[in-house]
Design a protein around this ligand. Structure first.
Ligand code: PLP
Length: 464
């Protein structure tokens, strides 16, 4: 793995940094209670190594399945250094350095999205970040509904249930995005408080027409929340003419006019789990989090991050890793993170063009970000048979001598009916899905296409 040497070098720097800092304090003795038996360690390590070998190769471009990849070596170094100190960003006293870093990275995310003044913080995940946004939505409009599309992440429904919010799920338009006409019809009734839009749907990687949704805010006074957990960082490409053609720029630019946004640095921000973020465009929502905690510290009159977050303890290391990453790989279109996202986007374009050009596969739709959905082409097969074939390709790919890791996307009957690319038929179905979220995918398209072709051959229905 080409990054191995870099990781050893950088993690060594991180360990040295902390050792030197620790050495500046008065000497003390380690307690024997923390000692361990070295032989026992060796045996445990051997078993640990065996178990670790069972992981799928998320780092490798042949892993073209789910949203998974290792963090960047720079993030690993930042995380490790802070992990050894282990600050807690609940309070300024628990993480004096990393809380400041958190404020800076959240401000940088706000700038990336072109939000006006912001209040926000990191969370342990996109789910918790969305929970926070829905919590604020409920506090501002108690008793009102939250509307989302059937393309929204499945956790929105669950979080509404948790918060006691009435959730309304609307269908999709013919392009697979939230049906804004249906949303408007619900808003007419006057019961809607918040509309959730998705920038980069988890399944198909599509971006809702946020630009058109802005009217809802004006017309009905509803809040707009954007779940950009997956697609948020693509916003880097939306503001410069040179790269704007790569993403649905008008939708991305419209995020600036919304009330809250969720972005997951542990997806496209090169970070380890868990690092999500929630941002509010009106800092006054901070008041809604007000609580009394007798346990926190009182050395500062600044707002503690713990006072604007539903979670208590949070890893300061997550903020440190993100801070160092943004320093080294800035949030810019032309350098740092931008070119990484552009490479993923080009990988998806070239992969989908290649699939569309073969006889063996059918592209479900043009990808909008870096998620490609496709299926073996066989017009004579039913939806159920196509789903089985896709599943067989996935299974065979994982055990092949030259493995290929894919994922499946479940399409409900109505969603499938709307896709002109799918053979007509009845019922739900399943198609193949590839998340090309590593820039290395751009250099691996020939190999992906070749492996797919051979898997198709091997699994074709009727073969023994
Ligand atoms: C991944 C994802 C989530 C959930 O985020 P976690 O970090 O996995 O909790 C929510 N919404 C969208 C659009 C996502 O892609």
């Amino acid at each position: 793995m080409p990054e191995d040497a870099l990781i050893s070098q950088l993690t060594e720097r991180a360990i040295e940094l902390v050792a030197k800092w620790e050495g500046s304090f008065h000497e003390y003795r380690a307690h024997p209670a923390t000692a361990f038996d070295e032989k026992g360690f060796e045996a445990s390590w051997a078993e640990f190594s065996r178990r670790m070998a069972g992981n799928y190769p998320f780092f490798h471009p042949s892993f073209a399945g789910q949203m998974l990849k290792p963090p960047h070596p720079v993030a690993v170094a930042g995380y490790l250094a802070a992990l050894l100190v282990n600050p807690n960003n609940h309070a300024l006293d628990g993480g004096p350095v990393t809380s400041q870093m958190e404020k800076e990275v959240v401000a940088a995310l706000g700038e990336m999205l072109h939000l006006p003044a912001i209040l926000g913080h990191l969370t342990s995940s996109g789910t918790i970040a969305n929970l926070e946004a829905l919590f604020v939505a409920r506090q501002l409009a108690p008793g009102k509904q939250v509307v989302f599309g059937s393309n929204a992440h499945y956790t929105h429904k669950r979080m509404c249930q948790l918060l006691g919010i009435e959730a309304v799920e609307v269908g999709l338009d013919e392009r697979g995005r939230i049906d804004l006409e249906a949303v408007a019809r619900h808003c007419e009734g006057g019961k809607v408080g918040t509309v959730v839009l998705t920038a980069g749907s988890t399944g198909r990687g599509l971006v809702d027409p946020i630009d058109q949704a802005l009217q809802l805010k004006e017309r009905y006074g509803v809040r707009l929340h954007v779940d950009a957990a997956y697609g948020g960082f693509f916003s880097l490409l939306a503001w410069e003419d040179a790269s704007a053609g790569l993403v649905p720029a008008p939708a991305y630019r419209a995020i600036a006019g919304c009330d809250s946004v969720v972005v997951d640095p542990h997806k496209h921000g090169l970070q380890p789990y868990g690092c999500g973020a929630v941002l509010f465009s009106d800092p006054r929502v901070g008041i809604l989090y007000r609580h009394d905690s007798p346990y926190t510290y009182f050395t500062s009159t600044d707002l503690h991050l713990g006072e604007i977050s539903l979670e208590c303890s949070r890893a300061g290391a997550a903020a440190a890793a993100l801070w160092l990453t943004f320093r080294v790989l800035p949030l810019e279109a032309g350098q740092g993170l931008g070119p990484i996202l552009a490479a993923c986007r080009r990988a998806a374009l070239s992969f989908s063009e290649r699939l569309a050009a073969t006889d063996g596969f059918l592209l479900l739709e043009e990808p909008e970000l870096d998620i490609v959905t496709y299926l073996p082409s066989a017009p004579e097969l039913s939806r159920r048979q196509l789903a089985e074939w896709s599943q067989a390709i996935l299974r065979e790919g994982m055990v092949a001598r030259e493995p290929l890791y894919l994922s499946l996307l479940q399409l409900g009957e109505r969603e499938a009916d709307r896709l002109g690319s799918l053979p007509a038929g009845e019922g739900e179905t399943r198609v193949l899905r590839s998340v090309l979220m590593k820039p290395e995918h751009e250099l691996y398209i020939d190999e992906l296409v070749a492996r797919l072709a051979s898997l198709r051959e091997k699994t074709a229905p009727g073969k023994p």
